[in-house]
Design a protein around this ligand. Structure first.
Ligand code: AMP
Length: 366
């Protein structure tokens, strides 16, 4: 049967179709731009009228994510719905999926929203290497988990962590002023997991897409450098890439019967071993370099997948270094815009705030 939604929407949409996007941040902004190039209209659903995607999408609905009636009527106006952040509430995703094909599906959200579910899925269902972890619901659990995993280790909230928020490193178990107590006090009463600290050589990621027909396209491995827990630069291709990251990404995409672009973050050890850190069921900051690499960029790739179209060419013609413009670094935009081989992307956010991603530049390096 050529249908996958209650109202019989076709698997493959035609140019002119409307793709709904839950979320109106910079990822939504760039998805809408890429969609427009393909003749696809986008309809953004966001709690804020003044969001980056408002200026690039054909339509905007302002509403709360918890307002399932508003989400339902938004989804009814779309031929397919996607999302640009992973904390879409389960009932929101359910409401959207009842009215239009939701790509990627709600299952990808269930897995990626909760670090315990995510790590168990990666390790137990797919046999991938992840940092040692333990479920922590009390100070008692935490003490026991620290004994099992050893020091140092990282306590993280199971849900809603990003850019280093919701996590604390535990280095010592001093009798007085113990890091263990301090870490628990910082995050309790949120359910947490404790992770063994991974002494990685570098952080890398892979961005890959899966189409409605099951085709998979992966971009090359990307090396990521963080500053203050926020991604600073992504360099691609990262080198030392034996294809195993792409294979792991493919197995995750297949297991989830996923449609769309996904980011998979890894810790790479000095012997090359890859340990999966986390998955993001959306276009990913470490894939922004693809916009100026001479291939189908990740935003177009995602729109193609969601529309049920063939995936595009994921082989870059150039080496690119992407640098995020964080907080007032964006003030240098005019100088950056004048440099040869540097491509400027600004998100149009009205207010500069410390730690806020305001834009990025892609520099061609080869
Ligand atoms: P996350 O929110 O899990 O992506 O963590 C943010 C950053 O914290 C990562 O990119 C790493 O730099 C660091 N980090 C997180 N978990 C660990 C770990 N288990 N071992 C070492 N570093 C970690």
């Amino acid at each position: 049967m050529n249908t996958d939604s209650p109202r019989g929407t076709k698997q493959s949409l035609s140019p002119g179709a409307t793709i709904g996007i839950l979320g109106g941040g910079q990822l939504g902004q760039m998805l809408a731009l890429a969609g427009a190039r393909l003749g696809l209209k986008t309809h953004i659903y966001s709690p804020s009228a003044d969001c980056p995607a408002a200026s690039t999408a054909a339509q905007l609905t302002v509403g709360e994510y918890e307002d399932t009636e508003a989400v339902l009527s938004f989804a009814k106006s779309c031929d397919a719905v996607t999302y640009e952040f992973e904390n879409v509430p389960a009932q929101t995703a359910k409401a959207a999926a009842s009215a239009a094909p939701l790509r990627p599906s709600a299952r990808a959200l269930d897995v990626s929203q909760d670090r315990l579910v995510e790590k168990s899925f990666l390790r137990d269902q797919l046999g991938l290497d992840v940092a040692g972890f333990e479920d922590v619901g009390s100070i008692h659990d935490l003490r026991r988990a620290v004994k099992r995993l050893g020091l140092p280790c990282v306590l993280k909230t199971r849900r809603f962590g990003y850019d280093g928020k919701g996590q604390v490193i535990i280095r010592t178990d001093a009798v007085n002023g113990s890091d263990i107590e301090a870490a628990w006090e910082a995050l309790a009463p949120a359910p947490c997991i404790l992770e063994a600290f991974v002494p990685f050589a570098r952080e890398v990621s892979i961005v890959a897409a899966r189409g409605v027909n099951g085709d998979i396209a992966a971009y090359p491995l990307t090396e990521n450098i963080h500053e203050n827990h926020i991604l600073k630069t992504s360099s691609a291709p990262a080198g030392q890439d034996d294809g195993s990251a792409a294979n792991m990404a493919a197995s995750i995409l297949e297991q989830l019967n996923y449609v769309g672009v996904m980011g998979v973050e890894f810790f790479q050890m000095s012997d090359g071993q890859l340990i999966v850190n986390e998955i993001a069921p959306r276009v990913h900051n470490s894939g922004h370099w693809t916009q100026d690499a001479g291939c189908t960029d990740q935003f177009e790739q995602h729109m193609r997948a969601v529309a049920g179209w063939p995936l595009g060419d994921a082989n870059p013609r150039h080496k690119v270094v992407m640098t995020n413009l964080i907080g007032d670094q964006v003030s240098a935009w005019k100088t950056l815009a004048q440099q040869p081989g540097v491509f400027l992307h600004l998100y149009g956010k009205s207010e500069i705030r410390k730690g806020r991603k305001m834009g990025h530049v892609n520099q061609i390096t080869g």
